[in-house]
Ligand binder design. Structure first.
Ligand code: SF4
Length: 487
């Protein structure tokens, strides 16, 4: 059995079965583009944090050479090094590499570095686990800190990029539970696969990576797919034998789209409300169908940006006019490497959208937020940008408040709604198929094009990203046509 690392301990804390699967049926598939990017970004944040703390001793032996790393750590502890990076300790069946140890008068402070702008619950659990291992290994550790990114920091002044938050009083009371949980995980890994029941941990904070294999036996309209259902309500329904939505009654929820979903599942029919036509009539031509792609970096690189500020770097607009025949056309913008993308993008967006009567987006609060940040960053176009925001209409609530199709499965995201209502259009033929991949590929394209390859590879990626964003706005146009046909 492998020793429990910080990340594996957190898997077990979420669900013992998840840890058991990681140990005995490890998923060998390589990490996707998004995971690799976030990993590299985490490493860059760690390096910045080390530079922030000044000179220190870095334990260089790799994790797999644990004997060497432990010996190197001991030599650093025995020296007079004020700061030690990546020290390794083992105790109680666990092994940890601490981001930073800072020597104090009576021992050391433990500092965990995180690429987030606040301290999260799972980070506290991780710090508590480390603190327990360090003390069990014989190190005197008085205080524990999380060093996270500062949401008040603004590029180019990165002198306040980090906040170091003392979490000692929060994690000290967690140590008894760490000892119990570590022992339970070690014992569990020696036994058969645990029979963990379906629980809230399967869906939060994000859907479990093993969800499909764990619960492939669920019926198509299982209660957990009811729109906005809370875990307590799932439990109550399962306890009452209502495992599928057709066993529920509309009176069991106060959420209107969920009531419509129950009606649809029970009747096996698509529901279309009479108000759909009137809602669509608010989309006055000419319409600019707008979608942004953004880049949000842990360490900001453009003036005025904080960590993870979502900066629009690409847009697609499908234009549907009111002339006969309509002057339909497509326009797009994609930034180039090496410059702040916002001034040119803002100018182009204003030019493209200025004469539109209506600007339509799907989940428009995202586009509105992008435009407001653009207005702040590019004052020369601020008024025109805010006039665009005044004319934005959100297509998502028009769908959510008037239509339910069985294939939505409780979600009104464009990726769920499109195949149900416009089955002839999909993302399957594209190289870039989702927004998560698009955002990391855009970051590479604009900030690290050497990693992509030569000019040919860069041009190919640009075409792929343009095709993805264009599909998003084409999808809205086709979706509105389908909605009109059914209204
Ligand atoms: S899907 Fe749920 S039960 Fe299965 S491993 Fe994940 S968290 Fe555990």
């Amino acid at each position: 059995m492998k020793l429990l690392s910080k990340s594996r301990y957190l898997l077990g804390l979420r669900c013992h079965k998840l840890l058991w699967l990681d140990e005995h049926e490890h998923d060998e598939s390589p990490p996707d583009t998004e995971s690799l990017f976030r990993l590299r970004e985490g490493i860059a944040v760690g390096e910045r944090a080390r530079a922030f703390l000044g000179d220190g001793v870095l334990i260089k032996s790799p994790a797999f050479a644990s004997e060497l790393a432990l010996a190197e750590t001991q030599r650093a502890l025995d020296s007079d090094a004020a700061v030690i990076f990546e020290a390794m300790f083992t105790a109680g069946g666990a092994v940890v590499r601490t981001d930073i140890l800072r020597r104090t008068d009576d021992g050391f402070d433990l500092i965990e570095v995180k690429s987030s702008t606040s301290v999260k619950d799972e980070q506290l659990a991780e710090v508590a686990m480390q603190l327990w291992v360090l003390r069990a290994a014989g190190l005197s550790v008085a205080r524990a800190f999380v060093m996270h990114l500062n949401s008040e920091c603004r590029f180019p002044d990165l002198s306040n990029l980090f906040v170091i938050e003392d979490v000692t009083e929060t994690v000290e009371p967690m140590l008894t539970e760490v000892a119990r949980e570590l022992a339970a995980q070690v014992a569990m890994l020696d036994g058969p696969k645990p029979e963990t029941p379906f629980g809230p941990y399967c869906k939060r904070p994000e859907p479990c990576a093993r969800f499909g294999e764990c619960w492939s036996g669920f019926s198509e309209h299982h209660v957990h797919t009811l729109y906005r259902i809370q875990w307590k309500s799932i439990e109550k329904n399962l306890a009452a034998g209502r495992d599928t939505i057709d066993k529920m009654d509309e009176s069991m929820t106060t959420v209107i789209p969920a009531k419509r979903q129950i009606r649809s599942v029970r009747t096996r029919e698509r529901i279309v409300e009479p108000g759909l036509g009137a809602a669509l009539a608010t989309l006055k031509a000419p319409v600019a169908w707008l979608d942004f792609e953004t880049v949000g970096l842990a360490i900001p690189v453009w003036p005025g940006c904080a960590p993870f500020t979502q900066v629009p770097v690409q847009f697609s607009v499908h234009w549907t006019g009111r002339t006969d025949p309509p002057d339909n056309r497509h326009q797009e913008y994609l930034a180039v490497a090496g410059e702040d993308p916002r001034p040119a993008l803002a100018a182009d967006l204003v030019r493209v959208c200025d004469s539109a009567e209506t600007i339509v987006a799907y989940y428009a609060s995202f586009e509105k937020g992008c435009i407001e940040r653009l207005a702040e960053a590019v004052p020369a176009h601020a008024d025109a940008l805010r006039r665009i925001n005044d004319r934005i209409v959100d297509l998502l609530p028009i769908v959510r408040d008037h239509v339910y199709d069985l294939a939505f499965h409780g979600s009104f995201s464009l990726k769920k709604v499109l195949p149900a209502l416009v089955p002839t259009l999909s993302y399957a033929d594209l190289d870039v198929k989702d927004g998560g991949s698009a955002t990391v590929l855009l970051a590479q394209l604009l900030l690290d094009p050497e990693r992509i390859g030569g000019d040919e590879a860069v041009q190919k990626l640009r075409r792929q990203l343009l095709a993805y964003c264009e599909r998003d706005t084409e999808a809205m146009v086709r979706l509105a046509e389908a909605l009109r046909a059914m209204s």
